[in-house]
Design a protein around this ligand. Structure first.
Ligand code: GAF
Length: 384
């Protein structure tokens, strides 16, 4: 991340210098749409993120500048002061959610910029929320732990953006550690850092961005969640201990066939399968068995495409190309509805896969796909 432009703009706008913080986007090896189902996820922070410079301005207002958009926003810190700019709602929401948890937030001036591709399923919005949650916590000595800061970002999505997301993205952005994925139990909040060094095993991990816009606001993301919640309610009648789909035995879902709609059934079936796929993949990863991890990833893709229906023609095409090129594992990553595939590629096949994917995608859709090699990096931090 290049912070020079942020610093220059900050100086130009506010005539002073502030503290600079950064938070990354994330990848997720496997475990998709499992977070809000109380299941597990396996994300890692990446080397792309958001960077923000901040200084308190002695007022009760925030003056914010989005460098990449060339837009500014000014807003107060009370509940009815919500800014009209969509991007500013993320900053406002973080301030409000910290306030709801007992913090006193002071007015500040800020400039931010980022290099997480927008709409690519790499959590640019979580990176933005995490940057401000982490920075304000640090600068104001609020004393919140990292999980609370992640929840501040998640609640911002729920209450100020309108996406009923799970905790994975904000968790990963705040907790990331270079060279490690994180196996998070989204029901209990327990997690382990899992060393991740595919190159040592002869593999490279790469994202192929379909460049199809991924926009969770207004997408059927919330509807998927509602389907899962209705399935839980139905299962609970006989199995009251089931709090999330993660708690349900696969056969318990079969018991509610005909009670829930066919649509809710296939959504819930995907979610329950995915919880188990992730656990199998984690065991395989620990044993250095990337072939099994890869097979599970292909399984996830089919589930997300056929049952959860969050893939699209372009992503299915990229998945097929990966298969044809002998890629070990490939699947749509993140919320879906566009964005990237994540691919675990045998190192000797890497160049050929990238060239073939680019050429075939262009030929089929007339669009240049983008390629992001995955570098697993540290989470939220102060950088200047
Ligand atoms: C989006 C959400 F924000 C996450 O919480 C998660 O549900 C993901 O989609 C799918 O796994 O990134």
């Amino acid at each position: 991340m290049d912070i020079t432009n942020v610093r220059n703009k900050f100086k130009e706008l506010y005539g002073t210098e502030g503290a600079v913080y950064a938070s990354p986007g994330r990848v997720n090896l496997i475990g998709e749409h499992t977070d809000y189902n109380g299941g597990f996820v396996l994300p890692g922070a990446v080397d792309k993120g958001m960077v923000a410079e901040i200084v308190f301005n002695g007022t009760d207002k925030v003056r914010a500048y989005a460098l990449d958009l060339g837009e500014k926003s000014e807003f107060g810190l009370s509940e009815d002061d919500a800014p009209k700019e969509h991007w500013a709602k993320y900053i406002f929401g973080v301030c409000r959610e910290l306030t709801k948890r007992g913090a006193t937030i002071k007015g500040f001036d800020t400039v931010f910029s980022g290099d997480v591709p927008l709409g690519a399923g790499m959590s640019s919005s979580a990176a933005l929320e995490s940057t401000y949650a982490f920075a304000l916590n640090d600068l104001l000595n609020l004393g919140f732990d990292k999980m609370t800061l992640a929840k501040v970002g998640q609640s911002t999505e729920h209450n100020y953006v309108g996406v009923k997301c799970g905790i994975m993205d904000q968790f990963a952005s705040i907790h990331g550690k270079a060279g490690h994925l994180m196996r998070l139990d989204c029901k209990t909040g327990e997690f382990q850092y899992v060393p991740f060094d595919p190159e040592a095993h002869g593999y490279k991990v790469v994202l192929i961005d379909s460049c199809v816009k991924h926009e969770l606001v207004g997408s059927p993301y919330n509807k998927r969640r509602e389907s899962c919640e209705r399935a839980v309610k139905a299962i609970q009648r006989k199995h009251p201990e089931v709090e999330f789909l993660r708690d349900a035995q696969p056969e318990w879902l079969e018991e509610v066939i005909g009670v829930i709609s066919q649509e809710d059934y296939i959504r819930a079936k995907y979610a329950i399968d995915e919880v188990h796929r992730l656990l199998d993949a984690c065991a395989a990863l620990a044993a250095g068995d990337y072939e099994t991890v890869g097979r599970k990833m292909y399984g996830t893709h089919i589930g997300m495409s056929v049952l959860y229906e969050v893939s699209c023609e372009e992503l299915d095409f990229l998945n097929e190309v990966a298969k044809e090129c002998g890629v070990t594992g490939s699947r749509v990553m993140g919320g879906g509805f566009g964005g990237c595939t994540i691919n675990v590629v045998p190192a000797p096949k890497y160049d050929e896969f990238i060239n073939t994917a680019k050429a075939k995608y262009k030929e089929r859709f007339g669009i240049d796909c983008k390629v992001y090699p995955v570098v697993i990096s540290d989470g939220a931090r102060r950088i200047a």
